[in-house]
Every structure is written in C-alpha cells, then in structure tokens.
Design a protein around this ligand. Structure first.
Ligand code: GLA
Length: 735
C-alpha cells in the first residue's frame, strides 16, 4: 500500500510523516496535549503511541485538568513544542510575558491542515518544494490562558528523506504579548545513549568537529555574535554511540538562519533527551500587538540509518536542489583569481591588470578585486561605507579597469562589505547615528570598524544605492559580500526601548532584504558570501550565494580539517577554496603546488597568489590542476561525497571520494601527510560502488570489481616528503 507523506488518523489522533527512509509521529493526547512519539527509520503502518508511559516521578507536577492523576505530567512527557511555567522544568521551546506580567504558556492542540507544496517563510530563506516534491503540515496550538496562536510548520520531502520545521506565532487577542524565546523546533527522545557531534572553531580555524556522549544536564552550542559565527556552526548531529561513516543511526539538525542561534540539549531525571534549536534567547524579545505575527526560521532535519555519510548526502542533495538559487544548481562556476593575498591593500590599476592577465594566461575565468578599492581605504582603518572607487589607486576608475580586464576575456568580480562603517569615512561623518551604538556609551570597535544598523530601511537603501551605481557603471559578474566583525553595541536608534530586543533579528532580516534586492536587480550575479572566511557559513547564506568563502586559512593542510568539518552539512560546491602561495601566509607551512591544488579543487576552486612569481614547473602544475578540475567539476557538484578518513584521528593521510549518482565513476583524492621511512602497507577501502561491476583505474588500466575496491581496498602509493598529493580515478566498464 502506498503511504501518503502526511497522514492523520482521526481515531488515534496520530500524525505520521513519512519519507522514503524515515518516519516522524506525534499524537494529540489527554487534555489536547501534542506529544512527540517517534522519529527514526520508516516503520510502516505501526503507530507508536505505546511508547508513551505515564509515571509519577515525584516533584513533577500535574496540570489542573489531570485531576488526581499523578502520572500525567508535562515534566515527563515527550512533547512536540513545550511552553513555559507549566510544570515542565526542562529547557523549553517558547516563552512569553503577557500584559499582566505572567509568563505561563500552556499550549493545547486546536487544529491541523495538510496541503501540497512546501510552506514559505516571510523574509527568511527556507527550502523550496513544489506540489510534487513536498507537502506541508500545519498544526495549530493555542495557549490556554491567552489568545496566542502557535502554528507548527512541517515540510515533508518524501524522496529526499528530509523534514523541515518552523513556527509561526500570532497574537489573536487584544492584549500585548512579549515573546522572549521562540525556538524553531523541539525534539524529545526517550533515550539518552546518544553522541553529540558539533562543529566549533575560531577565525581561520572553522568547523572543528567534536564528538562526545550526552550526559545529564544541559549542554548547548550557540552564537551571540549576531551572525552564525566562526565559533559554532548552526548544525548539530545526534547519533548512536557506535555510528560511523557507514553505519548507525544519525539525526541531523541544520538551522537556516544567519544570526544568533542556540542548539540546547538536556538529558533529564528520567534519562530522556530534549533538543531545541532556533534563535538564541539572549537579548531577544519580540512585542506582538493584536494580529501581529512572528516567524521562527527553518530547521532542516534529516535521519540516516546508514551512518554519517548518508546523513551528509541527504543534506547535500537537499541544499543543492532546494536551497541554492535555481540557476546555480549544477552550474559550473568560474575559476577565479583573487588579489587579496597577492597585494593586500597595496595595489594600483596596473598591478591588478597584470594579475588578471597572468590569470588569463593560465586559463582562469574571473578576476576578483578584493578589499581596498574604494573611499580612502588605504588600510583597514578607514573607508568602509563609501562605496565609491578610489581613483588615486585605480586611475581611470572602475569602468575602465573592468573594460580592460573583460577585453582579456576575463570576467570581473568585486569585494564589498556593506554592513560596516569606518569612523574615518564620509558615511560616518554624515550619519554618525546609522551605526549600532548605545546612547551615552563609546562604541566597541573590532577591526577598527562599527556595524551599520541595517535593520533600518534608509541605511540599507543608502548602501544599496551606492552598490547599484557601481554595478550599473561596469560589467561586474561576481560579488564577494564580506562581514568582518561580530555585532556589538546592539541597539537601534530607530526603535523604542521596549523593542531593542528585536534588533538582533531585525538586523538579519535587513541583511536578507539587502541580498534579495541585490539579486532581484542583478539575477545573474554570482555571490560569494564571507565573514572573515567561514564566520557566516550557514544554509541561509547558501540560499543567496551558492559558494561561501570557507576560511581565511588557505593552508592546504589545515584546510583539510576545515573542509572535512564543513562537508558534514554542506556540499563541496559551496566551499570557496583557493590555492595560495607558500610559505603560507597564515601558518608559514610549505606544501607542493599539486597538493594545494588537490585540496582547493575539493571545493569551489580559486587562486589567490601571484602567478607571475611562481616557477615554470609550478605554472604547468597550475594548468594541470585547472584542467583536471574542469574534468571532475560536474562529478564534484552532483556526486555523493564520502569522507574516507577523519583528519582529527588519522594524522598520516587524509582521503575523500566522490561517486557519481549512477555509480559509473569515482575519484579518490587526498594528501599523504607524513612520510615514513620503510613505510607500512597502507590500504584504503572505497565506498558507494556497485560490488558486482568492474571498475578500471584510469591511470594504471588495472581492473577491479567494485567489491574488491570496497572490501580488499587499494594500495596507497609510497611517496617521498611530507604533504604529497594522491589521486585515483575509476570508471565503470560497461559489459
Ligand atoms: C576578510 C576576508 C578575506 C579578505 C579580507 C579583506 O578577512 O575573509 O578574504 O577579503 O576580509 O579585508
């Protein structure tokens, strides 16, 4: 019997959401409480209400309606979206203060609606899905003591194995309500024997994977920096303790949002687990008057019964096809040369032209002019906010430089940092109140700059107008949109005191509006977003920019870890990765050109070095890197990515593999990190092939069954010297 993606059983009051390999169930139970039953493998027709067992655990109170029944407690029930002040003492999903100062929210089930197609959110990116691709379930809950209506939104993508969550909160009454916390989702597990995997980091060292078993109490990953941050990515995995790349249960949660976030997990008295994810409640409040609505951003959830590898494939497929803007899906990207590590601020139009010209000679497609081309930007002390070309540096102006570079047959790209202002700028002198700043206090600087208050429309418009003038005047096909500090002094001169808790979120909405406006006006523009590298590498930014600069760390060896961590949620086509000079500017390390090429071409390839200063042999290698990248680009963009080694455990070699969806082709690439005298035999097992089919090694001509490649493995070459590149390519032989 064919199963509908969303079913509601009127008799048992159970909702079942099913995808090809996963199922999600919840039930309307006693006193209209919406209880979470199950998320995991697709278990067919069985309804799992039997999993809910009421127990009197003492010190866990009971709702009034439960009368003398001490076994029914909000404190011990797995819930779908928990309120506050209602006897549930665990971390919760929503909090609000009513006009009378009370803070209780007791949410009861009211109604539901199922429809074809995927819901959309107002002013925030979210996955898209047509009527054939996705269905939406809306469940309406209402607070028992007020007119607050909470609609839980579920987007079900049956073929993708993805379920999305979001929440819409509406004040249907006449009294004001102040929302203090509104998480996008909650998930209660009946067990706690789970590992927590998350990705922490810092500037130039993003996405460091960490894994630990859950323990009693609350742990969380979060950002309070106004952006998703280098310091923790808005992505978390819970998995069975034995889960690895190929086996075990994994649950992934990815927040489509670019501001403050929190993913908090609590293991409670009964060894059950609750996870909530959404906007961080830190300095957050939202005043809802009569009829006003607040929407919480989307969380994309995926479940895999086949380990972390499959979990990543689900996210990659989902984001490639349903989040990245349509025209960039499976679209080849220009290979770029960026002048930042070549010149920093020290350039003129001739230097730039020469960089572009050498790039063209090597076969590159796009020249990107980075920081320093505008206002009085001689260093990072000044100029931000004045998006007018500095003709002292670029004589003849931008249109002339762009024209000359276009005449070489090269596209032109430009760096901007629209959300910032330098105190030494015309913008700041004219509008000192447009930056974030708390009246009566000195602002806190970071990289000598202040945040513009882009929650304000006039500020956004002023900046965009300048950018539009630049874009109208020259043929610019790529923009690198940067953001080089965390938010500080978060306060908007345009809002009254009681609304200052909205500024963090309004800033993010303002950012999305700017990006929408830019892309509406220039739909073919390729955007690469950036925040000092990977400080805003999140799914929402991916919606606007199909590639994101992964890290300011361009050292190939360090990049292996950064790109490894990034690959858990994000496709390799999203990771801006450049070949840079050696000794590397961040670490001083030297690695062969080919190795730098292998690592950078495991992402969206670019170059960031003076190509006229490298040796003739290195120039040949650059051409080879480029040629090989072009040959494998489609495979990289559309295939399944496998992490063959974990660089946090294996210090000897790092390997990854990409297999085409039809299993006819695969590449295995990586770096032999440490050279050994008299080396051991090192065999590596491939993944994702058809065991009974024959595959040929393109270099040696040798043939293997897919089974042999996956079970007997292939020999890694013996090389000399550290950081040696390794690569294989196998093609299926059609019998
Ligand atoms: C950030 C970016 C770099 C470069 C500089 C310019 O750090 O990540 O790539 O653009 O800004 O100031």
């Amino acid at each position: 019997m064919e199963m509908k993606p969303i079913r509601y059983n009127e008799k048992t009051k159970i909702f079942s959401l099913s995808t090809a390999n996963s199922m999600y169930q919840m039930q309307v139970r006693e006193y209209n409480t919406l209880v979470h039953l199950y998320y995991g493998a697709n278990i067919g027709q069985t309804e799992t209400a039997y999993r809910i067992v009421g127990r009197d655990r003492g010190f866990s109170g009971n709702p009034y309606a439960a009368g003398r029944d001490r076994t029914f407690s909000m404190d011990t029930l797995p819930q779908e979206y928990s309120g506050s002040g209602n006897g549930d003492y665990r971390i919760n999903a929503i909090e609000a203060v009513h006009e009378d100062g009370s803070n209780v929210l007791q949410l009861s089930y009211e109604s539901y609606r199922i429809r074809k197609g995927k819901y959309v959110l107002n002013g925030m990116p979210a996955m898209s899905g047509t009527e054939e691709e996705a269905q939406t379930l809306e469940i309406v809950l209402r607070d028992q003591g007020s007119d607050l209506k909470v609609t839980l939104l579920y987007g079900v993508f049956p073929e993708l194995d993805v379920i999305t969550r979001a929440v819409r909160i509406e004040n249907r009454g006449t009294k004001k309500v102040e929302i203090k916390k509104a998480m996008s989702m909650e998930m209660d597990f009946l067990q706690s024997d789970l590992d927590f995997i998350h990705f922490h980091g810092r500037h130039a060292m993003e996405m460091m994977m960490e894994r630990q078993p859950l323990s009693h109490g609350i742990q969380s990953i979060e950002s309070r920096r106004g952006c998703s941050s280098h310091h923790h990515n808005p992505f978390a995995i819970l998995c069975s303790p034995h889960a690895d790349e190929g086996t075990g249960e994994c649950f992934g949660y990815s927040l489509v949002y670019s501001g403050n976030f929190q993913c908090a997990i609590e293991v409670d008295q009964a060894d059950t687990t609750r996870l909530v994810m959404g906007i961080h409640p830190y300095h957050f409040s939202y005043c809802l008057g009569q009829g006003e609505v607040f929407e919480a951003p989307e969380v994309v959830m995926a479940y895999s019964e086949q380990g972390l590898g499959r979990l990543s494939h689900i996210f990659h497929d989902a984001y490639r096809a349903h989040l990245i803007r349509k025209q960039w899906v499976n679209q080849k990207r220009p290979v770029l040369i960026n002048n930042w590590e070549v010149t920093y601020f020290d350039f003129d139009e001739e230097k730039l032209y020469q960089i572009a010209k050498t790039g063209k000679e090597m076969g590159l497609d796009l020249f990107v002019l980075d920081d320093g081309w505008f206002g009085n930007r001689e260093s990072d002390h000044s100029g931000l906010g004045d998006w007018v070309v500095n003709e002292n540096k670029i004589k003849g102006g931008l249109p002339e430089l762009v024209r000359r570079i276009n005449a070489l047959g090269m596209k032109f790209g430009l760096w901007i940092e629209p959300e910032m202002v330098s105190e030494d700028s015309s913008l700041y002198r004219e509008h000192p109140d447009w930056c974030m700043r708390i009246p009566g206090r000195n602002p806190e600087r970071s990289r000598y700059q202040l945040n513009l208050d882009i929650s304000r429309e006039e500020v956004r418009e002023h900046v965009l107008e300048q950018i539009f003038q630049i874009l109208d005047g020259s043929h610019i096909e790529y923009i690198k949109w940067d953001m080089n500090r965390s938010l500080g002094n978060v306060y908007s001169a345009a809002l009254p005191p009681e609304r200052q808790g909205e500024v963090f979120h309004r800033y993010v909405l303002g950012l999305y509006q700017m990006l929408e406006r830019l892309l509406d006006r220039c739909p073919d523009l390729l955007l690469e977003t950036c925040s000092g590298g990977g400080g805003r590498f999140d799914p929402a930014m991916l919606h606007y920019s199909p590639q994101i600069w992964c890290s300011d760390n361009t050292d190939a060896v360090e990049r292996i870890k950064i790109q490894y961590g990034t690959s858990f949620a994000y496709p390799v086509s999203a990771m801006g990765a450049h070949v840079s000079i050696c000794p590397n500017h961040q670490t001083g390390r030297t690695a062969p050109m080919e190795t730098r090429g292998i690592v950078a071409s495991a992402g969206a390839l670019g170059f960031e070095l003076n190509l006229s200063r490298i040796t003739e042999a290195e120039k040949e290698t650059v051409k080879k890197i480029l040629q090989e990248y072009r040959e494998k680009e489609t495979l990289l963009q559309t295939g399944d990515y496998y992490r063959l080694t974990n660089p946090f455990q294996n210090q000897e070699y790092a390997l990854w593999q990409v297999v085409s969806k039809d299993r006819s082709e695969t590449i295995v690439e990586g770096v032999l990190l440490k050279c050994e005298a008299n080396p051991r035999i090192r065999l590596i097992r491939l993944r994702g092939l058809q065991p009974e089919k024959m595959y040929q090694d393109v270099d040696s001509g040798r043939c293997y069954t897919g089974g042999a490649l996956m079970k007997a493995g292939i020999l890694l070459p013996v090389t000399s010297g550290d950081y040696q590149p390794v690569k294989f390519r196998f093609i299926r032989i059609e019998e």
